[in-house]
Write a protein that binds this ligand. Structure first.
Ligand SMILES: [Cu+2]
Length: 412
């Protein structure tokens, strides 16, 4: 038996909390707690600005959590790490502009630690107040989460969610992961650079929000996750969004090893559907060198709004696994992202009318709109940009040879 790999959450801090012990000992919080200790995780809920994407907008005002002692808040909030059999306790300080709570999701908590406003907790945590939930021992190890349960339709979708990994104190070498990563799936819709996330959005903002992993679209993720040949790679998924996602790994089978903290028959999948509120642990063996993407297979979830990435690369809810020794992933600074307005996919204009000698009828051309009239399907942010007439130019190379198109702004 060996110590488990401590999972990482790219773009998100890891938080071990503080061990409060009945005697004078001050054990290392990164290790399993001795008897007589409680792992206290102190989280402040707060509004802040976070970079979500690189284009066509970058930052949004979100709600998230900051762990005590950590330098910055984040959404998803810091990933809590505890070990099986430990007593744990959540404390929340509410710095939001409205009341809130913290619900722990999937952990077999006692009812008075459930954090459901108006049900298990008659009064939510008021603005500027701190509340300590009762300590408890989670029912089992696994991948779980915590999130607001006050006005959840708004608060969760603004970002008040985070992961909680309850690790085994020891595990068998044969199942120890070499690379172990957390991924929280979230969707953010916001109207203008820096504006507050609007869970329900309006118009196209609702239809084409930004799908993210760990609070970032693929282009803003900070780079690939590096693995090496032979690694056992574990992906822990928490779907904190209000849509189902179909998580697909290129070039490998993804093996479902657990769901909601319980082992399941190991099914080899190419794509695993994850419903809101569910947790999956997927694993793959690194046996096919290269650069492989892991992404949601709803096609528009791999775009930023309606924009594909540089050279048409998938972005949105996408991450890259990069094998050591494989070619570097092409830098994302050498070309222009494919953004709005998009190239027309309309068929070529119908030829001029020709006289049909047999029927003596004229074939009238279709009433083809001009480019200026054609609905290019531009989302709201493109219409905003159009006020400044943003020029967009994209070089396209396909089987017909290189071509180029350019346009100015967007049609209203
Ligand atoms: Cu999706």
């Amino acid at each position: 038996m060996v110590a488990p790999t401590i999972p990482t959450t790219p773009s998100v801090p890891t938080y071990f909390g503080q061990l409060m012990c009945t005697n004078a000992q001050q054990p290392d919080p990164q290790q399993p707690a001795p008897d007589g200790c409680t792992r206290v995780c102190t989280l402040t809920a707060v509004q802040f600005v976070q970079q979500i994407a690189n284009f066509p907008m970058k930052t949004a005002t979100v709600w998230g959590y900051q762990g005590e002692g950590l330098p910055t808040p984040s959404t998803p909030g810091p990933t809590l790490i505890s070990y099986g059999g430990e007593r744990v306790q959540i404390r929340e300080t509410n710095k939001l502009p409205e009341p809130s709570t913290i619900h722990v999701h999937g952990l077999h908590q006692p009812n008075d630690a459930d954090g459901v406003a108006g049900i298990s907790q008659p009064i939510p945590i008021a603005v500027d107040q701190t509340f300590s939930y009762p300590a408890f021992v989670p029912g089992h190890v696994g991948t779980f989460s915590y999130h607001s349960h006050f006005d959840g339709a708004v608060q969760e979708q603004r970002g008040l969610d985070g992961m909680w990994d309850v690790l085994p104190r020891q595990e068998h070498q044969s199942v120890k992961a070499d690379v172990d990563v957390n991924m929280t799936l979230q969707i953010f819709g916001w109207e203008k650079e820096g504006s507050l996330v609007q869970p329900f959005g309006t118009g196209v903002a609702k239809q084409f929000p930004f799908d993210t992993i760990n609070g970032k679209t693929g282009d803003a993720s900070g780079g690939p996750i590096t693995i090496k040949q032979g690694d056992r790679v574990r992906i822990r998924i928490n779907n904190a969004s209000q849509q189902t996602h179909a998580m697909h790994l290129h070039g490998h089978d993804e093996v479902v090893v657990s769901k909601n903290g319980h082992a399941v028959p190991q099914v080899r999948e190419t794509t695993q559907t994850v419903n809101p509120g569910d947790f999956y642990e997927l694993e793959f063996t690194a046996n096919n060198p290269g650069n492989w993407i892991f992404h949601c297979h709803f096609p528009h979830h791999t775009a930023n709004g309606m924009s594909s990435g540089y050279n048409g690369a998938p972005v949105g809810m996408t991450r890259i696994f990069h094998y050591q020794g494989a070619p570097d992933v092409p830098p994302h600074t050498s070309a222009t992202p494919i953004t709005c307005p998009r190239p027309s996919t309309e068929p070529p204009p119908v030829p001029a009318p020709q006289h049909d000698r047999l029927s003596e009828k004229s074939q009238e051309p279709a009433d083809e709109p001009s480019d200026g009239d054609r609905d290019l399907g531009c989302p709201w942010w493109c219409r905003d940009q159009d006020e400044g007439h943003v020029a967009v130019s994209v070089d396209v190379v396909d089987e017909l040879g290189p071509a180029s198109w350019s346009a100015v702004g967007a049609r209203r």
